[in-house]
Design a protein around this ligand. Sequence first.
Ligand code: NAP
Length: 247
Amino acid sequence: MHFSKENVLVTGGSRGIGAQVCRVLAGFGLKVWINYHTSIERADSLKVEIEQAGGRAAVIGFDASDDAAFVQACKTIVEADGGLGYLVNNAGITKDKLALRMSLDDFESIIHANLSSAFIGSREALKIMSKQRFGAVVNVSSIVGEQGNMGQANYAASKGGILALTKSFALEGAPRNVRFNAVAPGFIDTDMTQTLGADVRAQYENAIPLKRFGTSNDVAHAIAFLLSDSSQYITGEVLRVNGGLYM
Ligand code: NAP
C-alpha cells in the first residue's frame, strides 16, 4: 500500500490495537507518533522496537480526552514534521455495569474518554489537513456501537457516537480532500478482552462465523487500508472487522 504523506499520530498507541497499528504503519514507511496516556514504558519500548526494525517513531504522552493537551500535541507534531498526514483515534476504555446500576458519572466518563477524544482529534486533524488539502483519519468504533451490549450502555453509546461523528466529519472534510472513516472491530485479543471468563469467551468464539477472536493485526491492516492511497475514494465508511459476527 502507498501513502502520499509521511507521518501519522496514533492515540492509545502504547498497547493493544494501537501498538500494532504503529508497527504496521511504520512498516509501510510512515513516521509514527506513538501516543500514550499512562503506559510510558510500553510506548518507549515500542519506539525502540520500531527503530530496530528500520522504522521511524516518536513518543508523545497526553490524555486524548484533554482538549488543550491534544491541541498542544498536534502543534508539536506540525512544528516537528511540517504537517500531519494521518490520524488514528484509537484511545478507548470500558467501565462495564448493568444500566440499572450505572451512575451518570459512569456514563459520562466513558463518553468523554472515548467520544470526546475522537471529536477533539478529528477537529484538530481537519484544521491541519484542510490547509494541506490532504489527509485521512480513522476512528476506532466497535461492533457494540452498532449492536449494543448488555452492561455497556456507556461504551456502546460512545462507539455509536463515533460512527455518526465520523460521517459528519467526512462531509465537512470532503471538499478539502480530507477523508474520515471508521473501523468497527468485533472481539479482539487485547488487554481489554482479557477480563472475559473462559466460558463467555468460548460462547463468543462459537458464535463468530470465523470461529476465533480477531488479532490486533487484523484490525491494524484494515486501518492501514483506510488511511492509504488504496482507499482514496472511500470516506464516511465503516469497515467491520469482526469475523462475520455482525454483518
Ligand atoms: P487496550 O489494550 O486496553 O489499550 C487501550 C489503549 O488506549 C492504551 O494504549 C491506552 O493508553 C489508551 N488510552 C486509554 N485512555 C486514553 C486516553 N485518555 N488518552 C490516551 N490514550 C488512552 O485496548 P484495545 O483493545 O487495544 O482497544 C483499542 C481501541 O479499540 C479502543 O478504542 C477500543 O474501544 C476499541 N475496540 C477494542 C475491541 C477489543 O475487543 N479489544 C473491540 C472493539 C473496539 P495507556 O495504556 O498509555 O494509558
